[in-house]
Design a protein around this ligand. Structure first.
Ligand code: ATP
Ligand code: MG
Length: 188
């Protein structure tokens, strides 16, 4: 269900350089989640190339490492009902496509997987109908206390406008919020 792309197949906590307090804090929180389970939403915001997607894949890769040891408490995060990583556009595209082809809908997974990682929350996507279904995902997970890791280049104020107040409010309730600043790690 989650696409493991080539660029981030080796992304881990070990090859993520921590130069700042914020980086150390986010790595500690994510490692804690991998080991003990994620209980709160995590918001990761910051500029381009600051390693947000790297860290999302570090979580996926770390969970994959433990998935065979079923007595490890992290197993349920990477067991038969896997953690899902998608960009917000992928989620909206799936919602849209499933109106024509209900059998391809991943809605059940979006609503009930143990951890949903949503990357690239940026410009406002979707029609009202699609955004209603997106709200359903956030609300269902909020009701069932299932965590979301949300990743964006935008500030919290901008996220309120992008997601709308009803989604934003549920997302930040009890959330751990991390901001990564600094230069892009991408270079020519
Ligand atoms: N602290 C870091 N240590 C080592 N490599 C890093 C670090 N931060 C970023 N990188 C590397 O830099 C590249 C860009 O990182 P990444 O794609 O995760 O950035 P991003 O924050 O998701 O950017 P964008 O907002 O543009 O999507 C990747 O190859 C990543 O592995
Ligand atoms: Mg990214």
């Amino acid at each position: 269900m989650t696409r493991m792309c080539k660029r981030f197949s080796q992304a881990g906590f070990d090859n993520y350089r921590c130069d700042t307090e914020a980086q150390r804090n986010i790595v500690a929180a994510l490692k804690h989640g991998v080991k003990n389970g994620f209980s709160r939403n995590i918001l990761l915001i910051g500029g381009v190339g600051t390693g947000k997607t790297h860290l999302a894949y570090a979580v996926l890769n770390a969970l994959a490492e433990v998935h065979t040891a079923s007595n490890n408490p992290s197993y349920r995060w990477y067991g038969e009902n896997k953690v899902i990583y998608r960009t917000i556009k992928d989620i909206i595209d799936n919602i849209r496509a499933s109106w024509r082809e209900p059998e391809i809908s991943d809605m059940k997974g979006f609503c009930s997987c143990p951890l949903l990682i949503i990357d690239e929350i940026g410009v406002q996507y979707g029609t009202d109908g699609e955004r209603n279904e997106l709200y359903t995902v956030f609300n269902r997970r909020y009701e069932d206390m299932l965590p979301i890791m949300a990743i964006s280049n935008n500030s919290l104020t901008e996220l309120q406008n992008i997601l709308g107040q009803r989604i934003y409010d549920r997302l930040i309730d009890g959330a751990l919020i991390f901001e990564l600043n600094g230069r892009s790690h991408r270079k020519p």
